[in-house]
Design a binder for this molecule. Structure first.
Ligand code: UN1
Length: 504
């Protein structure tokens, strides 16, 4: 029997309105994982009001005690890791090993922030006047509205939820519809760990209702920080909406992530990295590899080894030990097919068959079994003005091009205007550091793939990849707290800053 899931606001199920949506298993599209009741814009705005009411009491609880709740969330997620990972695999088709890694990332995030509950440091600052003390405090922003994508349905939301809650905020979380069951399961674990009702709210809604509800909430002053992970196009709209209300959101958007292969690179290592970053998660991480930029002296050898390794890679049921499962959802499959239709007449595909894997277009003995499976594609000779070079495809396709000098490689790597992740394979430290200084990306890997960021380093991008905000680690505290300055004068007289300094 398919279970129905609904929004949870103020600790209660919200059943009063909404249309039905089926979240399906992309490995078997006729299998409904959950029937979802989608809320309307009014419900989203109501959730923000209810969160604002619950936030006041939550902020009064001392941060170290809030840290204990975060510790319980981590333990509970750990205890349920396999079950949650299985659900993620079933709902979005992420290979099980990756799904388990994703759940591990939530635990890592909790481990990091439970300690932050005992820090959340402010500062003491010297005054320019005698008998006067200056202090800074971190104060919670209030209510965070968090809107997340479904390719990382539990880890990336936790990057927002955990620090936001630890800092004393309430949260209204709107996950992707096609990942609603995974989000619902994570919500249950968070609240079971002891969060008071209303501090975390789950709103299941489509994009239009969310956008409208968010607009209302921002106008009413019941949302004080927006966190958004998703496409650059939607991120732009969210940024504009927030800007009208003088808010700077945390935007984590797309990527067109380059990998530079230098003449002295360990080619087998580079191939392994390009295989994982290009085709793991079916190329649907925001950190997935977009283009390999190989030195002209190693291009042919790299490509030969890459295509050979790819032909041996396993594509299939994500519950098994595979490199690549199906695409996340039908809407991405439709978009990805547009790219495939476009590349075929224009490009040299060096990886074999293209398109959806079906009994008529199988991959070896694998026929796709009714899932959203696609042949992995490597395209050689992409040019800097190609769509395939410039645009995020969000599918299992990697472009390859060549360069002659490191400066040229850096220019090519920066060309698409995204700036999330990047990577260079080299044994020359000078080249690695020169690449780091030249690249516009927020994240740089040396001899490692573009994917696989650790949970305590700043995660985020520049340009089309985001507005420079960072998630993860201590840097995210600046998203979910604001600095409050305090001065305390114990001189017993009115001391005027600037004016009295000359008299001392
Ligand atoms: C994303 O695709 O939205 O670096 C996040 C990585 C992961 C996070 C990706 N840890 O690949």
């Amino acid at each position: 029997m398919t279970h129905e899931i609904v929004s949870l606001i103020g600790g209660k199920e919200e059943t009063s309105n909404g249309t039905a949506y089926d979240s399906v298993n992309p490995a078997r599209v006729d299998e409904v994982v959950a029937r979802v009741r989608l809320a309307d814009a009014g419900t989203f705005a109501a959730a923000c009001r209810s969160a604002a009411a619950a936030q006041r009491d939550w902020a009064r609880i001392p941060a170290p005690v809030r840290g204990r709740v975060i510790a319980s969330i981590g333990r509970l997620v750990e205890a349920n890791a396999e079950e949650l990972a299985r659900l993620v695999t079933r709902e979005i088709g992420k290979p099980y090993a990756e799904a388990l890694g994703e759940v591990r990332e939530i635990v890592d995030t909790c481990d990091f922030f439970l300690g932050e509950g005992r820090r959340l440091y402010g500062q003491t600052v010297p005054s320019e006047m005698p008998d006067k003390n200056l202090f800074t405090f971190r104060v919670p922003v209030g209510v965070a509205a968090v809107v997340t994508a479904g390719n990382f349905p539990v880890a990336v939301p936790s990057w927002y939820l955990v620090p936001a809650l630890l800092c004393g905020n309430a949260v209204v979380w709107k996950p992707a519809e096609y990942a609603a069951a995974s989000a619902h399961a994570l919500y249950r674990l968070f609240t079971a760990a002891g969060l008071p009702d209303g501090v975390l709210n789950l709103v299941l809604a489509d994009g239009d209702a969310t956008f409208e509800g968010l607009g209302t909430a921002l106008a009413e002053g019941t949302v004080h920080k927006v966190g958004f992970t998703g496409s650059t196009a939607v991120g732009r709209k969210v940024g504009e909406l927030c800007g009208r209300h003088l808010q700077s959101p945390c935007l984590e958007l797309g990527g067109k992530n380059p990998m530079v292969v230098m003449p002295d690179a360990d080619l087998d290592l580079a191939v392994e990295g390009a295989l994982f970053a290009g085709f793991g998660t079916a190329g649907q991480r925001c950190t997935s590899l977009g283009t390999v930029i190989a030195h002209e002296s190693v291009h042919d050898e790299f490509l030969a080894r890459y295509t050979r390794a790819l032909s041996q890679a396993v594509i299939g049921d994500p519950a098994g030990d595979v490199l690549c499962g199906p695409l996340l959802d039908r809407k991405f499959a439709t978009r990805y097919e547009e790219y495939l239709g476009w590349i075929q007449p224009h490009h040299t595909v060096v990886s074999g068959p293209v398109g959806r894997i079906t009994p008529d277009n199988p991959r070896g003995g694998f026929t796709g079994e009714g899932g959203l499976y696609y042949h992995p594609v490597v395209v050689d000779g992409v040019r800097p003005d190609d769509r395939i070079f410039l645009e995020e495809t969000f599918g299992p396709i990697v472009g390859v091009t060549t360069f002659a000098t490191l400066d040229e490689a850096v220019d090519l790597a920066n060309r698409p205007g995204y700036g999330l992740s990047s990577s260079i394979y080299t044994t020359d430290p000078k080249a690695a550091f020169r690449f780091r200084t030249g690249i516009g990306a927020g994240m740089v890997s040396v001899n490692n793939s573009t994917s696989g960021a650790e949970a305590h380093l700043p995660f985020g991008g520049n340009g089309n990849s985001g507005n420079g905000s960072r998630q993860s680690g201590m840097w995210v505290l600046d998203q979910f707290t604001r600095w409050q300055a305090m001065n305390w004068d114990y001189s017993g007289r009115l001391q005027k800053a600037q004016m009295d300094v000359a008299e001392i």
